[in-house]
Design a protein. Structure first.
Length: 79
């Protein structure tokens, strides 16, 4: 199954975009959760506060669909 993960900031650097500046195309097994996909990609789930897909906020146990675009939001930080 193919899906597209998007992010910005330091999380984007870990995501290693290949479609555009923010998006990476990934091939994963159907039925995997975002948490499992992050593990396959070697990205610690602590770098993701939540996901946004199909116009809704999603938890990391969300199972994306074929060709879906999932935006990963890093935790807010600042000083």
């Amino acid at each position: 199954m193919v899906l597209y993960l998007r992010s910005g900031g330091k999380l984007r650097d870990k995501l290693q975009p290949d479609v555009d500046h923010y998006t990476r195309r990934v091939e994963v097994e159907s039925g995997q959760t975002i948490r499992e996909i992050l593990g396959v990609l070697g990205i610690d789930e602590g770098f993701v506060a939540f996901a946004f897909a199909e116009g809704k906020f999603r938890r990391l146990d969300y199972r994306p669909h074929e060709e879906e675009v999932v935006t990963l939001q890093p935790p807010v930080s600042g000083g």
